[in-house]
Design a protein around this ligand. Structure first.
Ligand code: SF4
Ligand code: SF4
Length: 499
C-alpha cells in the first residue's frame, strides 16, 4: 500500500537525531556471553517467581521464573548452563532487583515451544503470554494484556517511529526483517480480531517506508520528524485522528499499539516457538569506538557489550614538562618535553535513549527485555551543565506535548509541596518525554522533579487521572483530550498569548 502522510501535532521539539552514527550498521549477533544476570523484573508488574534453584542445569529458552499477576511476565534462560546464584543486585535505575545468574557451559542446548501453524486468536494470545513477550519500545507492558482488551478495537498500529535520537535498532529491524514484522503484526491483528493494520514511520526512515509499501494489508503512514512522535497517544492521534484522554487506554478508543520489535518477537514466538530472551539494541554515541546494532541475550553485561564495540574512545592529553638542561659552557638552558597521557572521552553513559533513558553509574548492569540502547556520550553530547535558577521563560510549557506546566512541578516539589506541584503542574498527564528539560535554558532538573512528584502520588495512592492539570492562573490547563494536538494550533497559540 502506498504510504500516506500523518497529521502533525502541536508542540514537541525538533531534535538533532544523531542516527547517522549507527543507522548504516547492519545488525550483528553478539557472541554468547559466558555469564548472564537475568532480572526477574522484566515488565511493569511484579517480579516473576523463580522456578529454578541454585545448581540447576538449564537450557537456552528454558523457563526460569513464572509471571506473578496479569502485568508480570515469564522469564527465560538466555544461555545454556548452570544457575550459580539467585541474588538481589542494584539495577540501572538504582532500585534493587533479584537476578538469576547463569554460568554458560557452551553447549548451546536449547528448548522451544512447538511452532503454531495457522493458529486461531486464542492460541496466539496464549503463545504471546507463554513466551513472556512485553512491549519492547521501552514500557515493558505485557503484550498478552494488550491483545486482550476489555473493549472491542478496530485498528492495530505498529510503532516504527523510533523518535529518540541515536537509537537505530528499530530502523535496522524494519529494513532487515520487514517480512517477520508484517507476519507478527498479522498475528497480533488476528488475536485482536481486527483487519486494519497501520505502521507509523518517521520521515527520517524513508527506506523503511519502501519496505512496508510492499504489503497490501498494511498501511504505512509517513510521520513528521518531531519528538515525541513515538509516544503512544501522539502516534494514535497522528495516524488515526483519535485523541486518548487522560486516564484512558488506547483500547478505549478502538486502538492497540505495539512496537515493531514486539511484532517481530510475536512472529518468532508463533512460528518458531521462541520465548523472548534475545533482543536488538543500538550501541552509539561519540565516545564508543564502533557504534553498532546488535542482537544480544537478555542478561548480558553492559561492559561486555561496550568491549565488543571496541571500548571507549580516548583522547590524548598533552602536557608540557619544562626541564632545565646544563650546557657545556655551564649556561643553563630551558627545554620542554611533552608528556602524553590518554583519557576516556566518555562523559555520560545512558541505558535507553538520551531523552527517556537512565544514566548509568557503572558498566556492571545487565540487559533487560526493554533495553533498546547503550549510549556512550562525550563532553559535547552530554552537555552537563549546572542548573541555574528558573528564568520563568515558559519554554518548557511551550514545547510540552501534553500541554502541562513542568516548571510548576519543579518549583513546588523543590519546596516539598508535592500535592501543589501535581495540581499546578498537571504532573499526572506527563509522559516523561524529556522535551521540557531539553529546551530549558537554565538546565533545571525537571524530569527528576516530575518523577519525585509522581512517586509521592503513588506512595499516597492518588490515582493519576484524579489530578487535573491547571495553569498558572488556576484554570483547567489544556491536555491531550481537551485540546487538539494539531488541529487547533491557532487556538493554542491564542491561549498562550493571552495566558
Ligand atoms: S512535562 Fe512531561 S510530557 Fe511535558 S515535556 Fe516535560 S517530560 Fe514531556
Ligand atoms: S524552561 Fe526552564 S527556565 Fe524556563 S520556565 Fe521552564 S524551568 Fe524555568
Amino acid at each position: 500500500m502506498k504510504a500516506i502522510k500523518g497529521k502533525p501535532f502541536f508542540s514537541g521539539i525538533h531534535l538533532r537525531d544523531n542516527k547517522s552514527l549507527s543507522c548504516g550498521q547492519k545488525a550483528e549477533t553478539m557472541p554468547l556471553p559466558q555469564e548472564v544476570y537475568i532480572s526477574l523484573s522484566q515488565s511493569l508488574g511484579k517480579p516473576a517467581v523463580p522456578k529454578v534453584e541454585k545448581g540447576a542445569k538449564v537450557r537456552e529458552g528454558e523457563l526460569l521464573a513464572v509471571a506473578d499477576g496479569a502485568i508480570s511476565s515469564n522469564v527465560f534462560a538466555s544461555i545454556a548452563g548452570e544457575v550459580v546464584d539467585i541474588k538481589p543486585l542494584p539495577c540501572a535505575n538504582g532500585e534493587t532487583e533479584t537476578y538469576v545468574v547463569i554460568k554458560g557451559d557452551g553447549s548451546g542446548e536449547k528448548v522451544t515451544l512447538p511452532p503454531l501453524s495457522a493458529p486461531d486468536a486464542e492460541a496466539i494470545k496464549e503463545r504471546i503470554k507463554d513466551c513472556g513477550i512485553v512491549g519492547l519500545g521501552g514500557a515493558g507492558f505485557p503484550a498478552a494484556v494488550k491483545v486482550s482488551p476489555r473493549t472491542p478495537v478496530d485498528t492495530l498500529i505498529i510503532n516504527g517511529a523510533e523518535c529518540e535520537p541515536y537509537l537505530t535498532c528499530d530502523h535496522r529491524l524494519m529494513l532487515e526483517n520487514a517480512e517477520e514484522i508484517a507476519r507478527g503484526a498479522r498475528y497480533i491483528a488476528k488475536a485482536l480480531g481486527v483487519s486494519k493494520i497501520i505502521i507509523g514511520i518517521e520521515a527520517n526512515k524513508r527506506d523503511c517506508i519502501a519496505e512496508f509499501e510492499k504489503f497490501d494489508d498494511i498501511q504505512p503512514v509517513l510521520l513528521k520528524k518531531q519528538y515525541p512522535m513515538g509516544s503512544e497517544k501522539h502516534l494514535i492521534y497522528v495516524t488515526t485522528g483519535r485523541k486518548v484522554g487522560l486516564g484512558k487506554l488506547p483500547a478505549d478508543h478502538g486502538v492497540v499499539v505495539q512496537n515493531v520489535a514486539t511484532a517481530f518477537a510475536v512472529c518468532e514466538a508463533v512460528e518458531k516457538g521462541k520465548p523472548l530472551y534475545e533482543r536488538i539494541l543500538t550501541v552509539s554515541g561519540g565516545a564508543v569506538k564502533q557504534p553498532k546494532n546488535l542482537w544480544v541475550r537478555v542478561g548480558t553485561c553492559v561492559k561486555d557489550i561496550v568491549d565488543y564495540c571496541g571500548g571507549e574512545v580516548t583522547e590524548l592529553i598533552i602536557k608540557k614538562d619544562l626541564q632545565t638542561v646544563k650546557t657545556d659552557a655551564d649556561n643553563q638552558t630551558e627545554t620542554s618535553k611533552n608528556r602524553v597521557t590518554e583519557k576516556s572521552a566518555v562523559k555520560k553513559v545512558v541505558q535507553g535513549g538520551p531523552m527517556t533513558g537512565v544514566a548509568l553509574a557503572t558498566y556492571d548492569v545487565y540487559v533487560h527485555k526493554t533495553t533498546a540502547g547503550i549510549l556512550l556520550l562525550d563532553k559535547k553530547e552530554a552537555a552537563a551543565e549546572e542548573p541555574t535558577p528558573c528564568l520563568n521563560c515558559g519554554m518548557c510549557a511551550d514545547v510540552c506535548p501534553m500541554h502541562i506546566m513542568p516548571m510548576q512541578t519543579a518549583f513546588y516539589s523543590a519546596a516539598g509541596d508535592f500535592e501543589t506541584a501535581a495540581k499546578l503542574g498537571g504532573t499526572a498527564a506527563c509522559i516523561e518525554c524529556g522535551a521540557c528539560e531539553y529546551v530549558c535554558p537554565a538546565k533545571r532538573p525537571l524530569i527528576q522533579a516530575i518523577r519525585k512528584t509522581k512517586a509521592y502520588l503513588r506512595g499516597k495512592g492518588v490515582p493519576a487521572p484524579a489530578v487535573k492539570p491547571v495553569d498558572q492562573k488556576g484554570r483547567s490547563a489544556p491536555t491531550v483530550p481537551d485540546k487538539e494536538l494539531g488541529e487547533n494550533q491557532s487556538e493554542n497559540e491564542k491561549e498562550n498569548k493571552n495566558g
